[in-house]
Design a protein around this ligand. Structure first.
Ligand SMILES: [Zn+2]
Length: 189
């Protein structure tokens, strides 16, 4: 009886350890890693080099449909916009991708993140959050601390982007936001 209990206990411990290992692997997809970035919290990294123009990842996760305005803009979680009131609620590890005013990926279509330049192995992956939001009531609270040499100092809706900043992500910007940007920049009289 005692030895049977010991065997059961051993199985229990092994299954706990297996569970912990599986948990640890979340976010460490084959070619990705999530690591702590100083001053920014957690970030998404590529473990292999990526060529400019190549597909880096396809963002998996459910699409959400919701409209936000006013104070609502500050309650939604880490979704990114792809069309009018349409958002992608990314799965791990992709959801850990940080913002940069000088990003190394952009969005082709709704879910394909494409390299905007050659990316080294173990480099952090980023995209410009401003290419995926249109709500004029929204700005990310506080000053942008992305660390880019050409940081704009803020993250707001696509209509507020400077031409230079917009061009860094172009053409990998969802079509809906491209149209809004064009409209905002031709309506100015
Ligand atoms: Zn910045």
């Amino acid at each position: 009886m005692q030895s049977q209990l010991r065997v059961l206990r051993a199985f229990y411990i092994i299954s706990l350890l297996k569970g912990l290992l599986r948990y640890h692997k979340i976010g460490n997809d084959r070619f990705f890693d999530i690591k702590i970035v100083e001053g920014k919290g957690i970030g998404l990294f590529t473990t292999i080099p990526r060529k400019k123009g190549s597909l880096v990842f396809i963002a998996t996760g459910p699409a959400r449909h919701a409209h936000f305005e006013g104070e609502d803009c500050y309650i939604y979680p880490d979704w990114y916009g792809v069309d009018k009131d349409t958002w992608i609620d990314m799965n791990l590890p992709y959801i850990k991708i940080n913002h940069s005013c000088d990003p190394n990926t952009g969005i082709d279509g709704h879910r394909c993140f494409v390299a905007l330049r050659d990316i080294q192995a173990n480099e952090e992956l980023t995209f410009d959050y401003s290419i995926s939001d249109d709500e004029m009531d929204w700005t990310m609270t506080g000053k942008c601390e992305c660390g880019a040499a050409n940081c704009s100092g803020f993250i707001g809706p696509v209509q507020t982007m400077t031409q230079e900043r917009y061009a860094r992500s172009y053409p990998y910007i969802p079509k809906y936001f491209q149209a809004l940007y064009k409209k905002a920049n031709t309506d100015v009289s």
